[in-house]
Write a protein that binds this ligand. Structure first.
Ligand code: ADP
Ligand code: MG
Length: 345
């Protein structure tokens, strides 16, 4: 049975960056305004995330890593009006099957923090012979989650991954994307320092209380942030007066921008997702506008009626589909193209 659980977990947690995405989304769901990430060996040795969100009640700790434990979905109906990232209760369960997971957490109502360790979906002793019961300890309001030795029990999965450096890049990518989209939240991501003297350099750092454009300037460079057009579409209708309202906001390269790589950040209802249709449409906007060998930067945030979005796709699939996808994509692409060509003249 534990082998089946491990395989199932691998379907959700592919690599350190996918574990981190789940942990980040949990911190955001918990209302955190500060999220600090520490990484060792690309997240394979250590992946630690400290948030200042709601914390987890002590009574909920024993079942925290049980499958389908979620505090976010109370009825089937909720699925069509999801406002949280999580709702399946599978992430922590999955991680506990393929890594050593521990949590230190404190709610505002608690007078101290509680520490618990997990293995294969259930509480585990911190050391052989010790009790599995959560223990009181010092800690700030919020949650500190520590994932160690990811994939220690799935050697094939481990072997399929590339270097720690490559995994770290993917982690930085996820953090950067969320930091741009959540400029009012302070993000920090760094490698764990190896020696006491060694000051680890912080690779992502945002102050919170900034705008999306300021976060882009911080994370992608001030020069890029001056080469972007801003497109804002409020209260749109895709087809007719009966279709639901949607909005979009984009920051997209103007024709002065020079970059070799297409950088595309897409958020739909605040989720970091992929849409090959929208991606292709954005690339097409720049055909004949940017010189050959040059690629744009596009940040696009799309707010759709949750009932129009297919949220219940397989958890590993970031590709999202929604109602009136073609029409909405066309409207956005047209508006971006208009703004970009205006800038060029
Ligand atoms: P989901 O996010 O789908 O509910 P997870 O397995 O990611 O499932 O998390 C299980 C539950 O653990 C969440 O519903 C939430 O109640 C709690 N939880 C996880 N991470 C945090 C956190 N950082 N702060 C507060 N609660 C958390
Ligand atoms: Mg979650």
């Amino acid at each position: 049975e534990s082998l089946i659980n491990r395989i199932a977990a691998g379907e959700i947690i592919h690599r350190p960056a996918s574990a981190l995405k789940e942990l980040l989304e949990n911190a955001l769901d918990a209302g955190a305004t500060s999220i600090k990430i520490t990484v060792k060996d690309g997240g394979l040795k250590l992946l630690q995330i400290q948030d200042n969100g709601s914390g987890i009640r002590k009574a909920d700790l024993p079942i925290l890593c049980e499958r389908f434990t979620t505090s976010k979905l109370t009825s089937f109906q909720d699925l069509s009006a999801l406002t949280t990232y999580g709702f399946r209760g599978e992430a922590l369960a999955s991680i506990s099957h393929v890594a050593h997971l521990s949590v230190v957490t404190k709610t505002k109502a608690d007078s101290c923090a509680w520490r618990a360790c997990y293995s294969d979906g259930v509480l585990a002793p911190p050391k052989p012979g010790l009790s599995v019961d959560p223990k009181p300890c010092a800690g700030n309001d919020g949650t500190l989650l520590t994932v160690e030795d990811l994939f220690y029990n799935t050697p094939t999965r481990l072997a399929a991954l590339r270097s720690g450096a490559d995994e770290y890049k993917r982690i930085l990518d996820v953090v950067t994307n969320y930091a741009v989209h959540n400029p009012s939240i302070a993000f920090q991501c760094k490698k764990a320092s190896c020696s006491l003297a060694g000051q680890a350099q912080t690779d992502v750092s945002t102050p919170g209380s900034a705008t999306v454009l300021q976060a882009i300037a911080l994370l992608y460079g001030a020069s890029l942030s001056k080469e972007l057009v801003h497109v804002k579409l409020d209260d749109q209708k895709a087809i007719d007066k009966d279709s639901s309202i949607w909005s979009a906001e984009a920051f997209a390269s103007n024709p002065n921008h020079q970059s070799k790589r297409f950088t595309f950040l897409l958020f739909i209802n605040h989720r970091l997702v992929d849409s090959s249709r929208i991606k292709r449409a954005m690339e097409a906007v720049y055909n004949g506008i940017l010189p050959k060998g040059s690629a744009p930067f596009v940040y696009l945030s799309l707010l759709l009626d949750p009932k129009d979005v297919d949220a219940n796709v397989h958890p590993t699939k970031r590709e999202v589909h929604f109602l009136h996808e073609e029409a909405i994509t066309e409207i956005i692409a047209d508006q971006v193209q208009l703004a970009v060509t205006k800038q060029g003249t």
